[in-house]
Ligand binder design. Structure first.
Ligand code: PMP
Length: 388
């Protein structure tokens, strides 16, 4: 599978016969179906109707560098970051993308130079998001090239470092690992939202990526956005998307605007008397419950271990909170060398540590599936602990 959350047709379970599939718990992808419950409760609040004559032009109105950026969407991006306090938006150009996946490629294109003697190295500290190597190299670009683990990178000259914080797969907060001057940084903050990690301060980097897929759970909308300081970089990213898809679906941008607005409003309403629960409170509670259940099962035996996190003050919730990542970075302890194969033997489909540049003793498991699947997973893990 090329990536992560893409290419579901090549899922390891896709070829299995229906009857064999029955008991399979597939937590390989980070498909955020967990959030469906919240959005169902919201009823028609985020329903949109788009008449046939609307959104017909390639162009959007306004004078943005990103000429296909819908004003309504841009307004809601800024508003949500202000409500959450997770990113500085002042002095930034917004570039919208078909998911943050497209923006990763746009950023690599924008930060590399066509006149360079050789492709610029692209690095990220292991364990890194499993898609980075394949996204970087699948077109064998002459502009950039995957150069592996940032911690072992010692080549002189310019390089691009992907900094993922909190990190996919292990959930830890990260800073740039290669401490050198010629580094161009892409901060992938897909998981810098209060349900996953304490919000310590607004991120303030040169190029930062966010996505609706992991913030609100609307992966199918395929909307991501970049906050870009440098005008020329924003222009080049826009050019990449122009060459790639001549813009980004306006229908999706309008829907995203509505969804982000609903999230911001849910935060405002929560503070009022008799106000409902905000999106982040809802999702924080679900994640807290899941991590608690998971830790109980794992601590109940010595087969597996989990990363340990320290609580920190979250400016959004106004109190100390625990990191509770979107993925479990589970380690098989003892004699089990290949954790992915071991769990597959119990029909739990996970992604091996090797795909993240790490040891096969680790696997990544999604925490964002439906309640039903998550409960099955916890029960099965508990049964393994009892049996082994
Ligand atoms: N970056 C990271 C760290 C991710 O985990 C993902 C999705 N798994 C993406 C980028 C891409 O997300 P999307 O294209 O759905 O916005």
């Amino acid at each position: 599978m090329a990536d992560a959350e893409s290419c579901f047709t090549t899922s390891p379970t896709a070829s299995l016969h229906n009857s064999t599939r029955e008991n399979i718990i597939d937590l390989d992808h980070g498909d955020p179906t967990m959030y469906e419950r919240f959005w169902r409760q919201m009823g028609d609040k985020t329903t949109i109707t788009i008449p046939g004559w609307q959104s017909m032009s390639y162009l959007s109105e306004g004078s943005n560098i990103c000429w296909f950026l819908e004003a309504e969407f841009a307004t809601e991006v800024v508003r949500l970051h202000n409500v959450v306090g997770n990113a500085v938006t002042e002095g930034r150009h917004i570039v919208v993308g078909t998911g943050s996946s497209q923006l990763i490629l746009a950023a690599l294109y924008a930060l590399s130079s066509p006149d360079a003697a050789e492709p610029i190295s692209v690095v990220s500290a292991a364990p890194y998001y499993s898609s980075y190597p394949s996204m970087t190299d699948y077109q064998k670009s002459g502009l950039y090239q995957w150069a592996g683990d940032a911690e072992n990178f010692d080549k002189e000259g310019p390089y691009i470092e992907l900094v993922t914080s909190p990190n996919n797969p292990d959930g830890y907060r990260r800073k740039s690992m290669v401490n050198r001057r010629q580094g161009l940084l892409i901060h992938d903050l897909a998981y810098y939202w209060p349900q996953y990690t304490p919000i310590s301060s607004p991120s303030d980097h040169d190029l930062t990526l966010f996505t609706a897929s992991k913030s609100t759970g609307h992966a199918g909308m395929r909307i991501g956005w970049a906050l870009v300081k440098d005008k020329e970089v924003a222009k080049k990213m826009t050019k990449f998307i122009e060459l790639n898809t001549i813009g980004v679906s306006k229908d999706s941008q309008l829907r995203a605007a509505k969804v982000l607005k609903a999230v911001s409003e849910s935060c405002k309403e929560e503070k009022q008397e008799n106000g409902g629960e905000s999106f982040f409170k809802f999702s924080y509670k679900v994640m807290a419950q899941r991590w608690k259940q998971l830790r109980e099962v794992v601590d109940g035996g010595d087969m597996f271990s989990l990363p340990q996190f320290s609580p920190a003050f979250c400016s959004f919730f106004g109190k100390e909170t625990e990191p509770q990542p979107a993925f479990v970075w589970l380690k098989c302890e003892g004699d089990v060398e290949d954790c992915e194969t071991f769990l597959r033997g119990y029909k739990i489909i996970t992604r091996s540590g090797t795909q993240f540049g790490a040891s096969p003793k680790y696997v990544r498991i999604s925490m964002l599936d439906t309640d039903e699947t998550f409960i099955q997973f916890i029960e099965r893990l508990s049964a393994i602990q009892e049996r082994e």
